[in-house]
Write a new protein. Structure first.
Length: 172
């Protein structure tokens, strides 16, 4: 299946020496895919790689708002996470800063874009561009935390979740 077909698996890789780019086409409308990032009731259903779960401590989706959460790994390890939203263009773009805590000097920046794919509006291309402060931090994320594979799995989980909702015709 090519990466331009609805439901195509995520494409991923690295571009410059500090960046990771992951994209995927999802068989669901753009507004629904975007909404899955804006409401904690959705995020808790799909966020993270295979086997992970998420506990949210605080969530406010607005520029300057934060998402304070813990990701629970399948081996029982807890990962403290903190996101601050820096830009929001409804249904099109989300920019954020992501670290382990507020003012984390090793935090990275991500830009997520959402665009209709193909002639039909029932498919969406999502792209995540993540820029790390240094090449070393990017390499550590790739090698130690499997960031590319984890990002791909996260988008696969998103795709499965929103595709199910879109086909049900309901947003629970």
């Amino acid at each position: 299946m090519s990466a331009t077909e609805p439901g195509a698996p995520a494409r991923s890789g690295t571009t410059d020496d500090r960046e990771i780019v992951i994209s995927r086409v999802i068989s669901a409308p753009q507004d629904l895919v975007f909404e899955a990032f804006t409401e904690v009731r959705h995020l808790s259903r799909w966020w993270g790689p295979e086997g992970f779960s998420t506990t949210t401590r605080a969530f406010e989706f607005r520029v300057g708002g934060v998402w304070d959460f813990v990701m629970h790994g399948p081996d029982g390890t807890d990962y403290q996470e903190w996101i601050s939203w820096t830009e929001i263009t409804p249904s099109e773009r989300i920019a954020l800063r992501h670290g382990e805590f507020r003012d984390d000097p090793n935090a990275f920046e991500s830009v997520l874009t959402f665009a209709p794919e193909g002639a039909a509006t029932a498919a969406t291309r999502i792209e995540m561009r993540t820029l790390f402060p240094t090449r070393e931090l990017r390499d550590e994320a790739v090698e130690k935390y499997h960031a590319v594979e984890g990002g791909r799995q996260t988008l696969d989980n998103l795709a499965a979740y929103v595709t199910e909702i879109a086909h049900k015709g309901v947003e629970d």
